[in-house]
Design a protein around this ligand. Sequence first.
Ligand code: ADP
Ligand code: MG
Length: 269
Amino acid sequence: MSGANEPSTERGTVAQRVADVSFHVGSVPILADVTMDVRYGEVLALVGPNGAGKSTLLSVLSGDVEPTSGTVALAGRDLAEWRARDLARARAVLLQANQVAFSFTAQQVIDMGRAPWIGTPESDDDERAIREATAAADVGHLTQRGFPHLSGGEKARVSLARVLAQETRVVLLDEPTAALDLKHQEAVLQIARGLAEQGRAVIIVLHDLSLAGAYADEIAILAHGSLVARGAPGDVLTESRIAEVYGAAVRVLPDPDTGRPIVIPRRAL
Ligand code: ADP
Ligand code: MG
């Protein structure tokens, strides 16, 4: 991606700062004292067991969920101070469930990614942004199809194209690979890497620890609403920590080609 919305801030600087964030529903703690930075130019993978609070944390980062206590800042400013329209120009969100209320075509869904830029100079980039996003998500053959009739994986990729077309500096992706075939899983992580190379901050919720290990700059593990580890894949993905967090025995092996950690369950013969 290029054009007027090209990130100008230096990579490595803080895009989002989560400080002492807790989120309760009634008296039930969903997130507990989460503190973490998200930096431009990096892919941060958020992993953890079902119900750990990953989607909730992503919603807190996006500003869709207001923490019970603690603060979340974007570009140095508390999210509470952001206007919705400015927020939509600063961060894009791929939700876990790609529901769309009406029978839009895939093209219309992708076009929605440009809505935040209506009336700005960036709208000159609409056509290019949509074209590039459509190609990157490999959905050019689906654009005239009705979104509700697409397969789960096709919906996920069309929704990803919408998020890419938005061309924001922060990109939040909740399990974008869950419904995807092998090739498209890799492609999505390649896209995430490309966004980071452009200086964008990418936070991506993943279940596949090997995928996280292969592509993330850093991995954050969430368990029972708390951050239990954060760091480089090789440091975070240890057999003992995975056993503790997931209650599953695994082997962590180095990828013969890249040296990155591969995580496989231990299986009896
Ligand atoms: P993950 O994405 O890691 O699987 P979630 O963030 O979706 O987990 O949810 C974490 C836990 O909090 C789950 O047990 C979920 O049922 C609960 N939860 C999340 N949001 C709400 C809510 N608004 N009301 C009640 N429970 C919630
Ligand atoms: Mg989730």
